[in-house]
Design a protein around this ligand. Structure first.
Ligand SMILES: *Cc1c(COP(=O)(O)O)cnc(C)c1O
Length: 405
C-alpha cells in the first residue's frame, strides 16, 4: 500500500489519553457477548453470572417479544426506509406511541431512536439562548448535551437538593426566559430516586417547565412500571416525561410524553426526529409487546423487587459499602459496591470476572473521583442459586483483595 512518507498521523494526540488511562488503571476493553443477554451468559468466551445489564425484567429474550419481532420482520421487512417526517412513519410507530400515551395517561407520545436522542433532542428543541435550565448535578449526559446544544444558561443544583434548586430558580425569577427544571427519575450510577414532589412544588412556584428522565424507572417503579411520576402520584404535574425502550423494555429507543402540542412541536423541531431514520418495524412491534407484558405479567416486577431486596441485604451483610454514607443510598435494583479507588475497582472487576461474575467497574469521569464502584443491577430473571453463587464469589474475592475486612 503506498504511503506518503511525510504525513504524520494528525490523530496521534489521542494516544496520549489512552496511555494516561492505562497508567491510571482505568483503561478498558469491550466485553463481547456471544449468546443471549441473560442472567447467566457468555462474555469473552467465559460463562458468567451477569450483574451488568439493564435488562431488568428479562424482556430481551421474552417469547412474546421475540414472536412480535419475527412477525413484524415477515410482515413489514427489516427497515423503515426514511426519517419519520419523510416516509418513515409506519403504522406500528403510531400504534406504539398511542400505546405508551395511554399507559402513561398523557395526551401524546413521540418515539425517538434512543433515550439519549429523546432527551438531547427535546431539551435542545424547546429551549434557546435566552432560556434557563436548572439541572441536578448527577443528571444523565444526554440532558447535559441537550442543554449545551440549546445554548440556554445552565444552572446546576446539588444532587437531590430541592432547596438549592429553588434558590437557583429564585435567582432568575425576574429574567424573561423560559425555565426548565429537570431531574433523572432514578439516577443511573447510585440507584437513588429524584425528589419529584419537592421539585414539582418548586417548578410550580416559579412557573418553570418540569421534566423527568425516567430511563431507569420505566418498567421498574410505579404501577406496572409506569415510572417515578406514578410512584409519587405526580400525574399532571410533570410537563415532559422521557423514557427509554432500551432498558427494562428490552429493545431500543426512547420516548417523550406530554401534551399534544409538545409532541407536534417535536415533530417539527426535534432534530433527531427530523434527521435520523426511525426504528425498524420489528423494534416498534417488540416494544408494543413489551408494554402488553408490563400489564399482563406484573409478577415480573414483583420478582425484580424481591431479588433486589435479597441482593441488597446479602451484599450489605458481607460488609460491602453499598452507599448511604458519603454516597446516596440506592432505592432501586441498581446497587453500587463503592470501592473508591479507580484502579482497585477495575482490578476487582477483572478478578470477579475470572471467577465467573460480571460486574462493571465504573470510575472517573462517569462517577466522581474517589467514588469508583462496581455497579450491580438485579433482574427479575436471576435465580436464587445464581445470586448465592455471585455473593460467594464477591465475598471471597473481596477478602482476597483486602476490600472486605
Ligand atoms: C440509559 C439512560 C439514557 C439513555 O437511554 P438510551 O435509550 O440507552 O439511549 C438516558 N437517561 C438516563 C438517566 C439513562 O440512564
Amino acid at each position: 500500500m503506498p504511503t506518503t512518507p511525510t504525513r504524520t498521523d494528525p490523530l496521534s494526540y489521542l494516544g496520549a489519553t489512552l496511555t494516561d488511562l492505562k497508567q491510571r488503571g482505568t483503561y478498558f476493553k469491550l466485553r463481547v457477548l456471544s449468546d443471549e443477554q441473560a442472567p447467566e451468559c457468555t462474555f469473552d468466551g467465559k460463562r458468567v453470572i451477569n450483574l451488568a445489564s439493564n435488562n431488568y425484567l428479562g424482556l430481551t429474550t421474552h417469547p412474546k417479544l421475540r414472536e412480535a419481532a419475527e412477525k413484524a420482520v415477515r410482515d413489514y421487512g427489516v427497515g423503515s426506509g426514511a426519517v419519520r417526517t419523510i416516509a418513515g412513519t409506519m403504522k406500528l410507530h403510531i400504534e406504539l406511541e398511542e400505546k405508551i400515551a395511554r399507559f402513561k395517561s398523557v395526551e401524546a407520545c413521540v418515539v425517538f431512536q434512543s433515550g439519549f436522542t429523546a432527551n438531547a433532542g427535546t431539551v435542545s428543541a424547546i429551549l434557546g439562548k435566552a432560556d434557563f435550565i436548572i439541572s441536578d448535578e448527577l443528571n444523565h449526559a444526554s440532558i447535559i448535551d441537550g442543554a449545551r446544544l440549546s445554548r440556554a444558561k445552565i444552572l446546576v443544583f446539588r444532587h437531590k437538593d430541592v432547596a438549592h434548586a429553588e434558590e437557583q430558580l429564585a435567582s432568575i425569577k425576574d429574567q424573561p426566559g423560559h425555565k426548565l427544571l429537570i431531574t433523572d427519575g432514578v439516577f443511573s450510577m447510585d440507584g437513588d430516586i429524584g425528589p419529584l414532589p419537592g421539585l414539582c412544588d418548586a417548578a410550580e412556584k416559579y412557573g418553570a417547565i418540569m421534566m423527568v428522565d425516567d430511563a431507569h424507572s420505566s418498567g421498574v417503579l410505579g404501577r406496572n412500571g409506569r415510572g417515578t411520576i406514578d410512584h409519587f402520584k405526580m400525574h399532571g404535574r410533570v410537563d415532559i416525561q422521557v423514557g427509554t425502550l432500551s432498558k427494562a423494555i428490552g429493545s431500543v429507543g426512547g420516548y417523550v410524553c406530554g401534551t399534544r402540542d409538545l409532541i407536534e412541536f417535536l415533530y417539527h423541531r426535534g432534530r433527531p426526529f427530523l434527521f435520523s431514520t426511525s426504528a425498524p418495524p420489528s423494534v416498534a412491534a417488540t416494544c408494543i409487546a413489551a408494554f402488553d407484558v408490563l400489564e399482563q405479567e406484573p409478577e415480573l416486577i414483583e420478582k425484580l423487587w424481591e431479588n433486589t431486596r435479597y441482593w441488597k441485604e446479602e451484599l450489605g451483610g458481607l460488609g460491602f459499602n453499598i452507599g448511604g454514607q458519603t454516597t446516596p443510598a440506592s432505592e432501586t435494583p441498581i446497587t453500587p459496591i463503592i470501592i473508591g479507588d479507580g484502579r482497585l475497582t477495575m482490578d476487582f472487576s477483572r478478578e470477579l470476572f475470572k471467577e465467573g461474575v460480571f460486574g462493571t467497574g465504573i470510575a472517573f469521569p462517569t462517577v466522581p473521583e474517589g467514588k469508583a464502584r462496581i455497579r450491580t443491577i438485579m433482574t427479575a430473571t436471576h435465580t436464587r442459586t445464581q445470586l448465592d453463587k455471585a455473593l460467594d464469589v464477591l465475598g471471597k474475592v473481596g477478602k482476597r483483595m483486602g476490600i472486605l475486612g
